[in-house]
Write a protein that binds this ligand. Structure first.
Ligand code: DQA
Length: 150
């Protein structure tokens, strides 16, 4: 059986994790999050790619370029684009790859403009407020799902 593949997409400003608003996002850096995810994926013999961009068009292009038979599952923190981006939502619908939406902070405990997501209703599930552990949980879920797929 071919090795399963998971893509993690981090949206805008997540490259600043570690220095950015630690009260909301903690002190962990994006590099540390990605390293931890890679460890989990390696142990499970899953191919993992991580990708970060501050540009909506680049994220749309990245998703458009995925052949659905090369990436089996996605984990996405669209960051600010969560609340604004119909184009990223449409790109995901076009490639039809299942995904979990992750937020470090509990968006529902914050400003009301963060309460709406353009992604949640098409996501397999949503994790919000667990900090970096949310990514780990999403990855473990994705691995279980892929390993149990028919
Ligand atoms: C975020 C929440 C968003 O509202 C915000 O714009 C972000 C990060 C989170 O991970 O908590 O940039 O997605």
């Amino acid at each position: 059986m071919a090795t399963k593949s998971i893509l993690v997409i981090h949206g805008p400003n997540l490259n600043l994790l570690g220095i950015r608003e630690p009260a909301h996002y903690g002190h962990i850096t994006l590099d540390k999050i990605n390293t931890q995810l890679s460890r989990i994926a390696d142990t499970a013999d899953i191919t993992l790619e991580t990708y970060q961009s501050n540009a909506e068009a680049d994220i749309v292009a990245k998703i458009q370029n995925l052949a659905s038979n090369t990436v089996d599952f996605m984990i996405i923190n669209p960051a600010a684009f969560t609340h604004t981006s119909v184009s990223i939502r449409d790109a995901i619908s076009a490639v039809n790859i299942p995904f979990v939406e992750v937020h470090l902070s509990n968006v529902f405990a914050r400003e009301s403009f963060r309460h709406h997501s353009f992604f949640s209703d098409i996501a397999v599930g949503v994790i919000s407020g667990l900090g970096a552990d949310g990514y780990d949980a999403a990855l473990r879920f994705a691995i279980n799902r892929l390993n149990n797929a028919l």
